[in-house]
Design a protein around this ligand. Structure first.
Ligand SMILES: Cc1ncc(COP(=O)(O)O)c(C=O)c1O
Length: 371
């Protein structure tokens, strides 16, 4: 830090890794009342059951510390209902203040100074600062070719040669939608027992190819799967997510969080959201229908695009992405400019909502980019 900044006070020095850190920053202000296709959130809100249970919260509930009993069991029950091959128990579930907090806790618990973190590029932007905060070395392997194929062979080779401490697989990947099959993920876990393989399944509902039905954490203790209620369930503002893995690993990760990091509103909403799985399923179906519709439009009108897993796609407009972003904002639509992201020059990322919302986006985009 510049000494002259502190001419009156001799402030304590922060850790060097933190001083040098490029924090994860997202343009999160002023988004109300616009069509928000910029953060891959649920675009219609949570189940009415969630709203009802939040409205009914008592004064007591607010004045006492949160209780979590039964929530892990509810998560297990929901996962097994979705797929009867899932074989997990409640000691294999950790509750976090959003998956962001789970990611941070994993790095806190496992990432030592100079350890290696392996991931792909481009991917979700929060893995890198979490690794940097711990002074870890980062190796990001690019997705392959125009279709952003998962660099499976290079990842395997790197693990075999370097035994990284943490491998982060975003599946499907945000923002390329790249999918990796459960079989391949399990192959990766076998390469090094010293590598914790973290599979961020935030958008799994839109592909249905979760690794969970294929895993037995007793046999694969170096795998952790992340799930959140932010996106499909529509609870992004309440902050609640889960890490699922071997009970010992979950116990270790939970040691670095505070005792009440997840608040009662989030817990109550989570119970309601998990109870109304059919609401989530019907929202996901609506998004998938809208995805086919917009994909057809891009193909018919020759718009350069990339749609794969997840509730989002990439577009390469003919005009400057920043101008497209600004003009769409003037018509009340938010999207994410990816022009500055490595390997994504000239692109924007757009979240997929309902059919009506995609129609609105398409009408505006056609005008803005003169399609
Ligand atoms: C891939 C990925 N992981 C994690 C997160 C954060 O999830 P949460 O809202 O549960 O913290 C996001 C949010 O955009 C994401 O895209």
């Amino acid at each position: 830090m510049d000494k002259t900044e502190n001419s009156f006070f001799d402030l304590p020095n922060p850790r060097k890794d933190i001083e040098d850190l490029q924090p994860y920053s997202a343009p999160l202000e002023g988004r109300r009342n616009l069509l928000r296709l910029d953060f891959n959130e649920n675009t219609i809100g949570p189940s009415p059951l969630v709203i009802k249970s939040l409205r009914e919260i008592s004064r007591d509930e607010i004045s006492i510390y949160p209780e979590y009993s039964g929530l892990k069991e509810k998560v297990v029950e929901t996962l097994i209902k979705q797929n009867s091959s899932v074989n997990i128990n409640s000691s294999e579930v950790g509750i976090f203040n959003g998956v962001d907090a789970a990611i941070n806790a994993i790095f806190h618990a496992y990432g030592d100074f100079d350890d290696l973190m392996l991931t792909t590029s481009p991917t979700f932007g929060y893995y890198t600062p979490c690794a940097q905060m711990r002074g870890m070395k980062i190796n990001s392997i690019p997705y392959e070719g125009r279709n952003f194929k998962y660099p499976f062979d290079s990842i395997c080779e790197f693990i075999t040669q370097n035994n990284p401490k943490i491998l982060l697989i975003c599946n499907p990947n945000n923002p390329t939608g790249t999918r990796l099959s459960p079989e391949r993920i399990l192959e990766i876990t076998k390469l090094s027992s010293k590598t914790l393989v973290v599979v961020d399944e935030l958008y799994e509902a839109f592909t249905g190819d979760s690794v969970l039905p294929f895993v037995n954490f007793q046999k694969t203790p170096n795998l952790v799967v992340l799930r959140s209620l932010s996106k499909t369930a529509g609870l992004a503002s309440l902050r609640i997510g889960f890490a699922i893995g071997h009970s010992k690993v979950i116990n270790i990760i939970n040691r670095v969080t505070g005792p009440y990091d997840v608040n009662s509103f989030a817990v109550i909403a989570a119970f309601a959201a998990l109870t109304d799985q059919s609401y989530i399923d019907s929202y996901v179906n609506e998004v998938l229908e809208a995805r086919s519709w917009i994909k057809n439009k891009f193909e018919s009108f020759n718009v350069k695009h990339h749609i794969n897993g997840g509730n989002y796609f990439l577009l390469w407009p003919k005009s400057n992405p920043k101008q497209v972003e600004q003009k769409l904002k003037s018509s009340g639509i938010l999207i994410r400019n990816m022009d500055k992201k490595k390997y994504l020059k000239g692109s924007i990322r757009v979240s997929i909502g309902t059919m009506d919302q995609m129609k609105r986006f398409w009408s505006a985009f056609k005008v803005v980019d003169e399609v």
